[in-house]
Design a protein around this ligand. Sequence first.
Ligand SMILES: NC(=O)C1=CN([C@@H]2O[C@H](COP(=O)(O)OP(=O)(O)OC[C@H]3O[C@@H](n4cnc5c(N)ncnc54)[C@H](O)[C@@H]3O)[C@@H](O)[C@H]2O)C=CC1
Ligand SMILES: O=C(O)[C@@H]1CCC=N1
Length: 270
Amino acid sequence: MTTIAILGAGKIGEALLAGLLKAGRAPSDLLFTERYDQRAAELTERYGVAGVDTPEAVERADVLVVAVKPQDIEPLLDLLADTVRPGTLVVSLCAGLPASLYERRLPAGTPVVRVMPNTPMLVGEAMSAISAGAAAGPEHLDLVEEMLGSVGKVVRVPETQQDAVTALSGSGPAYFFYLVEAMIDAGILLGLPRAVSTDLIIQSAVGAATMLRDSAEHPVILREAVTSPGGTTIAAIRELENHKVRAALLSAIEAAAVRSAELGRAHDPA
Ligand SMILES: NC(=O)C1=CN([C@@H]2O[C@H](COP(=O)(O)OP(=O)(O)OC[C@H]3O[C@@H](n4cnc5c(N)ncnc54)[C@H](O)[C@@H]3O)[C@@H](O)[C@H]2O)C=CC1
Ligand SMILES: O=C(O)[C@@H]1CCC=N1
């Protein structure tokens, strides 16, 4: 069985760990590293997976999944530089960091797959986009697709699209949470108890998301079906248009993509 080591078990590392276990992987086929001992102990207690140091992870794992913040990549690459064994697959989940950064620092020929996942991985509903680095072949993409397919959907994209993907689906859950938060507050403004407002909005979000996924209808058609002539919805839509919410989303997502590219350049100016 393939042994997978997650390097950096924070939010996304834990989401992957939990998702892989939920999908049926044995705890003995998984390892993780974590900078903070207390966090490592908590994760081992919660999931029954061994926390190890980086040299042991490199020694034992067939797949190294890098899940540290981009700002923490350099010391980790220093540790990995001369130690990664031939044939080990390196999978990067880090926003912005190009496969070429790893390829320059790791032993020649190390296969690298760049991935942008998202946190719904925790509940088996991740959206992950994967791209092959220079030395990664179809067998490596297949392996990563199988691994991430057990915790959500997977799409293959050219690496040039990864900054856009990061801005859309990597950060995407945060935009929906933000919207839900604001809509719950609107319920409070209208005098509803917070618990009632929360239930109304979360179930509306789940219902709308399920329709988007399962009906195969375009979002415009679904929205038009809610928007009665002279009714309530169009009164709200006019306010959204007056406040340029659509333009704000375009600018916001563009800013996220620009930031992803900046993170890449900061670590791999070439
Ligand atoms: N949070 C999110 O929604 C998403 C995050 N990502 C990417 O995943 C990566 C991790 O992000 P988060 O989980 O949000 O950050 P986080 O800060 O929650 O987790 C990073 C973890 O790595 C640990 N760490 C740092 N250096 C280490 C080292 N040398 N050895 C062992 N452990 C080390 C930290 O202690 C921390 O627990 C980032 O590169 C981010 O761009 C990608 C998609 C979505
Ligand atoms: O905000 C971030 O940088 C990470 C990457 C995608 C989602 N969260």
